[in-house]
Design a protein around this ligand. Sequence first.
Ligand code: ZN
Length: 249
Amino acid sequence: MSEPDTVSPDGDDDAAIASGPVLAVFAHPDDCEIAAGGTLAKWASAGREVHLLVLTNGDRGSQDRNLDRAELARIRAQETADGARIMGMSSVTVLDVHDGDLANTEEIRAEVVRRIRQVRPTVVVSCDPTAWFFDDRYYNHSDHRTAGEIALDAVYPGAGNPHYFTDHLDQGLEPHDAARMWLGWTLEPNHHEDVTGFLDTKVRALAAHASQLAEGIAFFEEELEKEAVSAGERIGAEHAESFRVLELR
Ligand SMILES: [Zn+2]
């Protein structure tokens, strides 16, 4: 029997939560840049461990019917690694699930719970699964909504409970409760993170996903800046990113 650990970053101390490891869980290789790239880059630049888990391999991210999907997955894995390096991330994992086929299954939750128990994040970042319709212009990809659900279900009730995925415990991993969920791509933000100085990093990381930018990065650069300026106005900052933040403990 070991003593409960009361002074580790797993504790409730706000400073420990704000400086502890981060796990970002998103559906597609380029999602985390768009939804949270400025915040993730800012945290990494502050010396925080930031890990990325991508739940699909992005192998439907093309309109070219002659493009080989396995080849596209391979290209996108490299782009993911390049984008993560630009944001200063500590690790990247891409699951071998087909783009468009993401489902909230026990098998996928097991993978996310495993990563949570390995990384032991104080903050898990994902996207808001309740966000469906944006400005009467488009609606959210099913993989994005599903990724948010999977991340939430993996955090609770999953990673912190020793009766879920007990084989992890046999392998030496311990249950872990993340203190915060930060959900991007949300229609109900309750927090705007100042990312002034990191918009350029976000755009450069997104530009690494060249297979997705047949028209170039200019469109995204303009849209992301508009979004960042508008979120920034809410807090009097030049640029910000918006999240629904859940304080779980
Ligand atoms: Zn996506």
